[in-house]
Design a binder for this molecule. Structure first.
Ligand code: C2E
Ligand code: MG
Ligand code: MG
Length: 492
């Protein structure tokens, strides 16, 4: 506007003065435009900067925290670790939820995610400023603990472990929660995150293979001695004993108490040492089947001889073998030949494989495939020690079993006043609907036997009816005709 006025004045004469005014006004105008332009540019820059800051903060948060839960991410943990973990006295806890897959399978993935979130919130809420809770992946969490010795770390891990069991969600009127297996290890100088997790996981696995729901510290020597104490000898000693034919099977019959006839025998492994001592499976079975040592091959020749002694004759008696979690980890997908090899010396129609209820099943799909494959050949599958695991009826729904063996834990209280027989009634209903047989284990007294029969359970195994003994003795006691028994059975 001032330019228009100036132009008018210019056109009216006194051009020198007008020119001065014109130039001065132009400078002001340019300066003004420059100021406005700079202001706009600065504002834009500021806005962009703020946006970038927010964006990078968001990105940092995204990589620092886990996608699903409130815990930190493994990547964040790795960064912290590279900066500080090798200094000072630190520890790592490895947390693995027990039987978590069944939450996804039974209640859907959304419920599984919801439970993971609730558990994570509990853990994060419990963490002190010196502790970092992070998600390792799936149903595994880690807790990095600064400035603690192993004892203090184990006490803290126990606190975290019990908090997990308290975390619950509600689905369709059901309360869903899971326990956890926790391993704790000291972080050694120079160790990276993978190394620290490895030692904690080793202890966690030891907990898991004993049924889970506990905390164990990996103290190297202590862990080794615990494994020794609980599982007995070293793998090499056991392998040598198997070579010397010291490891063989006793058998215990299962009777139909209606007919009084034996319907089958269970092969129970025994280590008969040269000094005459007989070592029971709980002293060495983990070394034979466990994860710590290269797997020791079971005494297959002895197993086949036992099976032969009871399943080749005219009597309809089956021979049952207990199988380990390691066996279930194998897959028929990759290698069908080993199933053929396994079954070649056996009569599949008179063979039963028993899986303990609390067996760690790492891959349910593969396990189902393996069991179906065996069942297709005629082998029957029994769910052993029913009532001792944490899943109870759950595992029954997951696996298509032919037989359920009720553990002594249930049986021993069955004749007591106020005994909880609800689960047995449910089991009986299910056995009719799903078509599996029931066997009661560990029957020791007449009263237990009577009570079971009153409930409608007639197949039984236990000291009342017969203790485990050599195959030779049981062949004789059962009156089975075996002209070849001397040659088929191993020397006892
Ligand atoms: P299980 O399969 O549940 O076997 C039954 C156990 O209960 C046997 O213990 C047997 O001696 C015991 N038992 C039988 N009747 C009675 C009774 O009336 N009262 C009491 N208190 N106990 C009774 P055992 O032979 O010491 O075997 C323990 C466990 O070791 C077995 O439990 C099974 O899980 C495992 N096992 C045995 N042999 C093998 C094997 O060849 N391979 C694998 N992987 N595990 C085996
Ligand atoms: Mg068994
Ligand atoms: Mg059992």
């Amino acid at each position: 506007m001032s330019s228009v006025v100036i132009m008018m004045q210019w056109s009216q004469g006194d051009w020198m003065g007008d020119l001065m005014v014109f130039v001065g006004g132009g400078v002001v105008l340019i300066a003004l435009i420059f100021v406005i332009y700079s202001w706009i540019t600065m504002s834009r820059l500021r806005a962009r900067l703020a946006h970038e800051q927010c964006r990078s903060a968001g990105l940092v948060e995204m990589v620092e925290t886990d996608d699903l839960t409130s815990a930190y991410s493994r990547r964040y943990m790795r960064n912290i670790f590279s900066q500080e973990a090798q200094f000072g006295q630190n520890a790592m806890a490895f947390i693995d939820l027990d039987n978590f897959k069944s939450v996804n399978d039974g209640y859907g993935h959304k419920s599984g995610d919801a439970l993971l979130k609730v558990i994570s919130d509990k853990l994060v809420g419990l963490a002190s400023p010196n502790e970092v809770v992070f998600r390792i992946g799936g149903d595994e969490f880690g807790v990095y603990m600064r400035d603690v010795d192993l004892n203090a770390a184990t006490v803290r891990a126990e606190r975290f472990q019990s908090a997990i069991s308290e975390a619950t969600i509600f689905v369709d009127g059901f309360t869903v929660s899971r326990s956890a297996s926790v391993g704790v290890a000291r972080i050694e100088k120079g160790q990276d995150l993978v190394g620290a997790l490895y030692y904690a996981d080793e202890a966690q696995y030891a907990v898991k293979s004993k049924g889970g729901n506990a905390v164990l510290a990996n103290t190297g020597a202590t862990l080794r001695s615990m494994i020794q104490r609980r599982t007995g000898p070293r793998a090499e000693d056991l392998a040598a004993a198997i070579k010397r034919n010291e490891v063989t099977y006793h058998v215990q019959p299962v009777f139909n108490t209606n007919t009084g006839a034996a319907i089958g025998v269970e092969a129970l492994i025994r280590w008969q040492r040269s000094d005459g001592r007989v070592i029971l499976p709980d002293q060495f079975i983990d070394v034979m089947t466990g994860n710590y040592n290269a797997r020791v091959t079971p005494p297959l020749a002895a197993a086949n001889k036992i099976a032969d002694a009871f399943t080749r004759g005219p009597e309809n008696i089956y021979c049952a073998f207990n199988i380990s979690s390691g066996f279930l980890d194998r897959t028929v997908e990759d290698d069908d030949a080993w199933v053929q090899d396994l079954l070649a010396p056996l009569n599949p129609h008179r063979t039963v494989f028993e899986i303990v209820e609390h067996a760690v099943i790492r891959n349910m799909e593969k396990t189902r495939m393996l069991l179906n494959r065996l069942q297709a050949e005629g082998v029957r599958i029994a769910l052993d020690d029913f009532g001792t695991g944490f899943s109870n009826l759950e595992r029954l729904q997951q696996l298509n079993v032919d037989i359920v063996k009720i553990d002594r834990l249930f049986v021993r209280s069955i004749d007591q006043p106020g005994a909880d027989i609800g689960i047995l009634s449910a089991l009986l209903d299910m056995s009719q609907a799903m078509g599996f047989e029931i066997i009661a284990e560990g029957v020791e007294t007449e009263a237990e036997c009577k009570k079971l029969r009153d409930l409608g359970i007639y197949n039984m195994q236990g000291f009342l009816l017969g203790r485990p003994d050599t195959a030779e003795n049981w062949v004789g006691k059962l009156g089975l005709e075996r002209s070849t028994i001397g040659t088929v059975l191993p020397a006892q």
